[in-house]
Ligand binder design. Structure first.
Ligand code: NI
Length: 176
């Protein structure tokens, strides 16, 4: 297994729309394992293939406290079961250091394929519902900062670009 590089906002590759996966094979399962390793190492609770510059409809997540419940979704499709808005303080491995309130439907159903190519269907609420919707957004080129005001988004963008330049010059990165 190997760690993959996570793209960071405002990298335009995060805006690509991922394409459907036509075959679930060993090659794809290797990618899935690499994505889990990358997600756990980050650490994060979800990772979409788009974030590691693989533009296929694939995501992994684990919202359990003990990090022992890995879930894989291939070609995921989400239906809203309860549109009542749920606000959650979201963050993203592609927008490091930022958290903000995003409101999404409270309960969803996801249909996808599992790592063996078998169909799976699951109902989700709470953090799992938030995470699923956040990750499927990535596959459509959308980020949680898109739900924030333009002003906030600009501020985040400038800060991350500044941090990146500092990194390139070899300076230490400010955590604030
Ligand atoms: Ni994210």
């Amino acid at each position: 297994m190997s760690l993959l590089t996570i793209l960071e906002y405002p990298d335009l590759r995060l805006r690509k729309r991922a394409s459907l996966i036509s075959e679930v094979n060993d090659n794809l399962r290797r990618t899935i394992d690499d994505m889990f390793e990358t997600m756990y190492a980050a650490p994060g609770i979800g990772l979409a293939a788009t974030q590691v510059n693989i533009h296929k409809r694939l995501l992994v997540l684990d919202v359990s406290e003990n990090k022992d419940s890995p879930l894989v979704f291939i070609n995921p499709e989400i239906d809203v079961l309860d549109p009542e808005p749920l606000g959650y303080e979201e963050g993203c491995l592609s927008v490091p250091g930022y958290f903000d309130l995003v409101t999404r439907p409270k309960k969803v159903k996801v249909k996808a394929l599992d790592r063996h190519g078998q169909p799976l269907e699951m109902e989700a609420e709470g953090l799992l519902a938030v995470c699923l919707q956040h990750e499927v957004d990535h596959l459509d080129g959308k980020l949680f900062v898109d739900y924030l005001s333009i002003l906030k988004r600009q501020r985040i963008k400038h800060k991350l670009l500044k941090d990146k330049k500092k990194d390139e010059r070899g300076e230490t990165r400010a955590e604030a």
